[in-house]
Design a protein around this ligand. Structure first.
Ligand SMILES: Cc1cc2nc3c(=O)[nH]c(=O)nc-3n(C[C@H](O)[C@H](O)[C@H](O)COP(=O)(O)OP(=O)(O)OC[C@H]3O[C@@H](n4cnc5c(N)ncnc54)[C@H](O)[C@@H]3O)c2cc1C
Length: 684
């Protein structure tokens, strides 16, 4: 039937164009497909006849036929031709790849060669005599490091040596954020810390089981300090003399002798973090902690050591079970993430160990509250618990550790309203139950007036340590807490205001416009209270109990006390420390910029901080946690949990926040290594 159709089409077109059939089948179109021609001619038949002269029309048709013929050729030749084409392209691309890789390798070697220095010539470096032989003084008659040996190393450092001295204690989240946001050249900066690296703590649990390498989580602090042409001292701060503005610093020398000296400051920033909270529990020497990179290394060694011991023929059945019993005390993010990482290791990388190990391993989390991750949304903590139940990680809630012994953990657990004493044999125990003050913070708190918090140094909302001379000493991060005594502040403000006007403060009557003004002042001074001072009219109405149209002293005090109780202390997280460091870095730069004008006008008093910058306001950006090949995200209402996809998202968040390009490269390589070769199962 189709053949008839073709014939019919050919006939009709030939009639209209008067084109001899032989012209259509010239030797140039030997592969012309009859179907194609007929289709083409068919189209031509449908088109209205062109009024153009016959030769041009003829040419059009001929060209059209030629084009069709080329397409037809391509279609017919597609098979063998496309393979040839593909092979050609493959060889070409491979060649290009090999050549460019070769060029890249050669370029890298050339670059590498330029990084070696072979210039043996020594140059004279000016070093102050005072830096080599510091004068002694201060309350303990110790050397005072007024001039440092690196003060004249570069032109910029020499210019900065007479700038105000900024001493920063600690190289954690807060201090590093500060260093990154401080204008270079504003201060003579000295950083003091027993660790000469910054540790990216959120991924520390991954380093305890070899998912990530230890070095992927740390960044040398000297590079970061170099940005502000500052100095670094690997030492520990012990005390501060606030009147003479001296920090007492010490380090153990090569002979094991403690060497102490004073470091003078104009501005001091305390960012020394915190220590684990022992909660008065006995036997914590049998536990591991997870705060430093060394802790992670020790944990990894202990976990692998236990597994190796469990394989020995001399290990009894009971002992094997004990060695393979891992107990985590504390169901907060650190404990949960460590348990997850441990489970991942046992689940995914134990194939190289005897199978019996997999059957005898147990992981338990002991949590004092009714849920793990109790600071997260309840649905998320339930998701985590369900996930752990599926993974065979035992979660013991409403349980309190009483004592840790060499081979067991003794704890009490509420069952049917009664406290029952229990114990779990353990081969490894992690203590991760909250934080408490570092030694230096305790010492400083005891010295200063107005420090009432037992867990951290109290600061005002400008992060100035309460009790220290105004504007001299700041505290950021885990070692500090912002005092939110709104009521006390407002009441004393009202007192002053009333006495100035010759009125008795107890008889104050605030109209709505006065209340609005006062609330504005409170928000400025205590930004954290802003959320509770949104509907001023409603608050006014609610606390104007006698409906007098004014707030009297009693009513106002009650309102402010209510706000005080709603203000919670800021969380001890990297997020908070980072925000405080950024804030303080910016503020210190603003203060430095204001100093020349202040000096010119002989102003050396007053609230400079409040004059140059707003008070600190913490913005909670959300909390994340890793849960055994899954992750949870708590964005305050917008919560999200899930498996591998969420885990990749969790990784991406921390990947982007990682401190440097170097650490990002190393993180990416570690994840790739885990996927390709498994976790690092070696202990050194
Ligand atoms: C395992 C783990 C996981 C975590 N995960 C998260 C997370 O996912 N998200 C999050 O927001 N937070 C997380 N945190 C909490 C976060 O790490 C801390 O809140 C944050 O490190 C606090 O920063 P900081 O600057 O106050 O102190 P730190 O980062 O603890 O740094 C303190 C610094 O002070 C130094 N120092 C100590 N004593 C002295 C001294 N006497 N003199 C001088 N220097 C001293 C220390 O060497 C250190 O450099 C995690 C913490 C841990 C341990």
């Amino acid at each position: 039937m189709s053949a008839t159709l073709i014939r019919h089409h050919q006939g009709s077109v030939l009639r209209r164009t008067r084109l001899p059939l032989c012209l259509l089948q010239t030797p140039r179109t030997p592969l012309l497909n009859r179907n194609t021609v007929s289709r083409n001619l068919h189209v031509a038949r449908r088109r209205p006849l062109s009024p153009s002269p016959a030769p041009s029309r003829l040419l059009q048709i001929a060209l059209s036929i030629r084009q069709e013929s080329t397409e037809a050729q391509a279609t017919e030749k597609k098979g063998p031709f496309s393979i040839r084409n593909f092979l050609f392209k493959a060889f070409a691309y491979t060649g290009i790849f090999i050549v460019s890789s070769g060029v890249a390798v050669v370029a890298f070697f050339i670059y590498d060669a330029t990084t070696y220095r072979e210039d043996p010539s020594a140059t004279d470096i000016p070093v102050s005599e005072l830096a080599l032989n510091p004068r002694r003084g201060g309350p303990k008659n110790l050397p005072i490091a007024e001039t440092l040996i690196g003060d004249q190393d570069t032109e910029k450092m020499a210019q900065q040596k007479d700038k105000p001295r900024l001493v920063i204690l600690g190289t954690g989240w807060g201090s590093i954020a500060l260093l990154k946001h401080l204008n270079p050249g504003d201060y003579h900066v000295t950083v003091v810390s027993p660790t000469n690296y910054f540790l990216f703590t959120p991924m520390l649990p991954s380093a305890t089981v070899g998912t990530l390498g230890l070095r992927s989580l740390v960044e040398p602090v000297r590079r970061i300090v170099g940005r502000v042409n500052g100095h670094f001292m690997k030492a520990e701060a012990h005390d501060v003399d606030f009147s003479e503005k001296l920090v007492e610093v010490s380090q153990v020398d090569v002979n094991g002798q403690k060497q102490s000296f004073y470091l003078p400051y104009d501005k001091l920033v305390i960012g020394v973090g915190c220590i684990s909270n022992p909660h008065g529990v006995k036997g914590l020497e049998h536990c591991h902690q997870l705060k430093t990179i060394d802790d992670a290394r020790q944990i990894k060694n202990k976990v692998l050591e236990n597994m190796e011991l469990a394989c020995l023929p001399t290990t009894s059945d009971e002992e094997r079970k004990r060695l393979l019993s891992f107990v985590v005390c504390g169901g907060g993010p650190t404990g949960v993430e460590f348990a997850s990482e441990l489970f991942d290791l046992l689940n995914e990388d134990l194939l190289v160990f005897p199978k019996i190990l997999r059957n005898e391993i147990s992981v338990h989390i002991i949590q004092s509250r009714s849920h793990i991750l109790n600071t997260y949304d309840e649905a998320l903590s339930q998701y985590a618990e369900a996930r752990f139940a599926g993974d065979d990680i035992g979660v013991l809630t409403n349980a309190r550790v009483k004592e840790v012994q060499k081979d067991k953990v003794i704890f009490s657990q509420i069952e049917d309203g009664k406290s029952v004493l229990k114990e779990i044999p353990m081969g490894f125990c992690l203590w991760s139950t909250g934080v408490s003050r570092a030694e230096i913070c305790k010492r400083l708190s005891d010295k200063l007036e107005g420090q009432n918090n037992k867990h951290a140094l109290e600061t005002d909302s400008h992060l100035r340590v309460i009790g220290a001379p105004l504007g001299d000493v700041y505290a950021i991060g885990d070692c500090s807490t912002v005092q939110n005594n709104v009521a006390q502040h407002v009441v004393s403000f009202l007192r002053t205001m009333s006495w100035e006007k010759g009125k008795d403060p107890e008889k104050v009557q605030l109209r709505f416009d006065e209340w609005r003004e006062l609330a504005h002042r409170v928000k400025k001074r205590f930004p954290q209270a802003s959320n509770h001072l949104r509907r001023l009219d409603k608050l006014f109405e609610q606390y104007d109990k006698d409906h007098s149209g004014t707030l009297d002293y009693e009513e106002l005090s009650e309102l402010l006390h209510q706000i005080d109780t709603k203000l919670t202390s800021l969380p001890a997280t990297a997020q908070r420390a980072n925000q405080q460091g950024e804030y303080l870095g910016r503020k210190l730069s603003k203060i430095a910029a204001a100093l020349p004008a202040m000096r010119a006008n002989d102003i050396d008093y007053g609230d400079v901080d409040a004059a140059v910058y707003k008070a600190f306001k913490y913005k909670h950006l959300g909390s994340l946690a890793y849960i055994s090949n899954a992750a949870i995200f708590d964005f305050g209402g917008m919560n999200f949990s899930g498996g591998l996809l969420a885990m990749y998202l969790w990784r991406s968040v921390y990947f982007t926040q990682s401190v440097s390009f170097r650490t990002r490269c190393m993180l990416a390589m570690d994840w790739a290594k885990r996927a390709l070769f498994g976790r690092d199962l070696m202990s050194f």
